[in-house]
Design a protein around this ligand. Sequence first.
Ligand SMILES: Nc1ncnc2c1ncn2[C@@H]1O[C@H](COP(=O)(O)OP(=O)(O)OP(=O)(O)O)[C@@H](O)[C@H]1O
Ligand SMILES: [Mg+2]
Length: 273
Amino acid sequence: MMTYQDTTTPAGGDGPILRCEGITKAFGGVNAVNGATFDVPRNKITALIGPNGAGKTTVVNLLSGAMKIDSGKVQLGTTDITNMERYKIARLGLMRTFQLSRELGGLTVLENLLVAPKVQAGESLFNIFFRPRLLKREERQNLERAVEILRTYGLFDLRDNLARELSGGQKKLLEISRGVMASPSLFLLDEPMAGVNPALIDKIGGYILDMKAQGVTVLMIEHNLNVVERICDNVVVLAEGRTLATGTMSELRENKEVVTAYLGEIINAGPSH
Ligand SMILES: Nc1ncnc2c1ncn2[C@@H]1O[C@H](COP(=O)(O)OP(=O)(O)OP(=O)(O)O)[C@@H](O)[C@H]1O
Ligand SMILES: [Mg+2]
């Protein structure tokens, strides 16, 4: 089984792994995120749901440092990470999936993992000049880890294929693999199963449950409520940039405001299987 090391102490501790307090982000006149406040409990899978345009992706961009927050506060473990540089947030153990860019599409599957962002000795000039043997060992360890991840996610046979030539589902697996390469403590996934076939939805669901079993905390944006019902422990409902409610799916089913605003008939019908 794949090992996901929970490497970083900054995200360690007992309380929620992430606290997000009143964060806001406006684009021109649009308040995309407007006071979102929620905790992400440690070692659980939390779903971030809400209608199109609710601000879910923007929240992920703000938490991971891809965009600057206008106001509010984000805390990872005991560290205030509000508007910290993206690479520093990654070093503290918070990773997110990225859609494959044009540049990454031109690399092979294996290369995509080898260039995935991570904390490595090679980043230090001191190490490059004075500790070449340490670097060699790290390169070998990186390669071994990449191969292990590719085998786990069923991409090993495709290792020399260009990323852009993969199917939609395989691309999703590659995006997840790239994040796993960094051994995150908190992994943010933006619709990891969007547009993939039902068999692959189940498979990816299994991978996410495996991550949790290995100590990774997951926050995932997901539109498919059957998936949420099956694998997520907690749900954060976002509407118009605000947290409308948090709780388990069964708690949310009892919440009239949530049902009216978003869940409606889908949730009244309950899970379809
Ligand atoms: N870079 C941007 N520039 C301008 N407006 C943006 C930008 N990103 C998002 N928005 C706007 O902010 C609002 C929230 O968008 P966001 O993508 O966060 O929603 P979402 O909940 O992820 O929606 P979906 O379910 O469709 O993915 C929308 O009105 C969107 O048009
Ligand atoms: Mg989105």
